[in-house]
Design a protein around this ligand. Sequence first.
Ligand code: CAO
Length: 420
Amino acid sequence: MKALDGIKVLDFTHVQSGPTCTQLLGWFGADVIKVERPHVGDATRKQLVDKPGADSLYFTMLNHNKRSIELDSKNATGKAVLTRLIEESDVLVENFAPGALDRMGFGWEAVHEINPRLIMASIKGFGAGKYADCKVYENVAQCTGGSASTTGFLDGPPLVTGAQIGDSGAGLHLCLGIVTALFQREKTGKGQRVSVAMQDAVLNLVRVKMRDQQRLAVGALKEYSQHGAGIPFGDTTPRAGNDSGGGQPGKILKCKGWEDDPNAYTYFIIQEAVWGNVCDLIGEAAWKTAKGYATLPERLDKLDEIFARIEEWTQTKTKFEVLEACNPLDIPVGPILSMKELAEDEALYATGTMVEVDHPERGAYLSVGCPIKLSASPAEVVRAPLLGEHTEEILRDLGYSNEDINKISASGAIGEKSCV
Ligand code: CAO
């Protein structure tokens, strides 16, 4: 048994943000039915193609544990089938451009009337307001949600991050909203709307930078190395490079081999509780008691000098030797792991965080499995569906006969399918 066994999800999502959400629901055990335009499908099926003719990794890695139905939701017969699907579903998830669902005739009022128990969950780029009509992609959300302005180095331009906080971040937020709405429905029997704006999701994830925005009003952000460098702060949270910016100063430092290996670096945190251990490790025992170094507030204007000294030490070790030396001393460090190293990390396969999946068109490929581990509902990764692979099966589940399916096919609503 899986946590969401018996929950039917009508998956009207595409690209990355929505599919991330419905993939999670599938991993938790929901029956996720992905509705795709006949012959076309989710655009990502044919984006970044690495094997001609096969669905791309872009698509397959975001659409595990789903069934696919080809259905034209603008065709009259297709609309009738969609109405049947809505009647049978618990959740409808979509991330179309603003207004697209209304133009199809399946806006909130319409679906709520068809099935008052249905939870309708949507991702848009922005919430209500002046930008509500905009189409939005990942980096637009990172820029408009405050992340880009606070990422990068002080003397460089704003920077987007590789973590897909706009798309996958919005998908995660939406998933939590859906499960919460399902929980509330247990008590009320009623569905509701769940909405997540990508801008809001990003802003939530850079909440600490809004904290710093307010602290600026009362003076310098002393945990930023900018303070020690004597560079004045302006009126907005600055880019802080690799500073932690939190209560425990940290920085990315070079390790042995950095000249040739772009990832021979470690993150190094000088946690207050183990300051003495850090001093002993790098051969600066005098700093433990020296005026200007002994306590964190005294040290804040010397972070660059202190990290430069620690880096002299880290450069004598590989990033893994740094970890081995620091871990027993409770000094938190993080080797910079490349995608290649992660793809080869056996421990991640043992927990199911990395998986190898077989696919009829692609053969075996690697994917990231479910990062949320439920002890009584372990996720098993099932390959992504081919376009329309389950059209007939889903129509039969709805009670349609061979004759019905032939008629639906003849209407053009599901592409060419014939049943004898
Ligand atoms: N049958 C018939 N028509 C269908 C269909 C189906 N099964 N599925 C989709 N369509 C139609 C839609 O109704 C829409 O038609 P109209 O514009 O005529 O109403 C059309 O396909 C295109 O949908 P779209 O506008 O959502 O797609 P797009 O490629 O133009 O825009 C995106 C993509 C992502 C920018 C936009 O969907 C969006 O802003 N979504 C919300 C924010 C979001 O999730 N962004 C993250 C994307 S990942 O980086």
